[in-house]
Write a protein that binds this ligand. Structure first.
Ligand SMILES: [Zn+2]
Length: 188
């Protein structure tokens, strides 16, 4: 309307998250990966970033998200703590007592076959605030370890996602018994 022309930056200099990071964040948030982003970009006639760039963005976002989720869980724990203290719900040592809701999952869905997923997840939620106090993921599979095992070689140094080796059916119990201790000690 004013007849002026402006240059609008969608990736302002100095910003921590570039347009590539934003694209990767959106891809992850919608449950997709690099190949889906590739199809989407092709529809828009946009050149796609390489898998290497995608992975680098993924790693950076992962670090940010982990930091933010820990901060958010600590804040939720502090709120639960304050609420318990305001009601004088403390044990004999003065440690606040809070109520939590815990559930773990691992999928059994398959095509008419018995199947146990190789990863499971669990969360602990404060009853008063309804906010997440802790979440955990257990994986029995790592692609790099599996490839090395097939070749009967030692795996190269890598960030291994395998953090569980028991039967999948025991994941639920593991979460509710062992993992449960973590947020409760945080709160005290
Ligand atoms: Zn591994």
């Amino acid at each position: 309307m004013c007849n002026e022309k402006f240059h609008v930056e969608n990736d302002p200099p100095g910003e921590q998250l570039t347009v590539n990071h934003c694209a990767v964040a959106g891809t992850i948030a919608t449950g997709n990966g690099h190949s889906q982003l590739q199809e989407f970009s092709a529809s828009l006639n946009l050149p796609i970033m390489t898998t290497k760039t995608y992975k680098a963005c993924h790693v950076k976002l992962q670090m940010h998200w982990e930091k933010v989720s820990v901060e958010s869980m600590n804040q939720a724990a502090a709120k639960e703590r304050e609420l318990a203290l305001s009601e004088n719900r403390v044990d004999k040592n003065g440690i606040p007592i809070i109520d939590v809701v815990v559930d773990g999952c691992w999928s059994k869905r398959t095509y008419k076959k018995n199947y146990s997923a190789l990863s499971g997840a669990a969360a602990i939620i404060g009853r008063k605030t309804g906010e997440v106090l802790f979440l955990g993921v257990k994986n029995k599979y790592c692609a790099i370890c599996a490839q090395a095992e097939n070749r009967k070689q030692e795996p190269k140094t890598h960030e291994c996602y395998k953090n569980y080796s028991g039967p999948s059916t025991a994941m639920d119990q593991k979460f509710s018994s062992k993992v449960l201790g973590v947020p409760l000690t945080c709160i005290t």
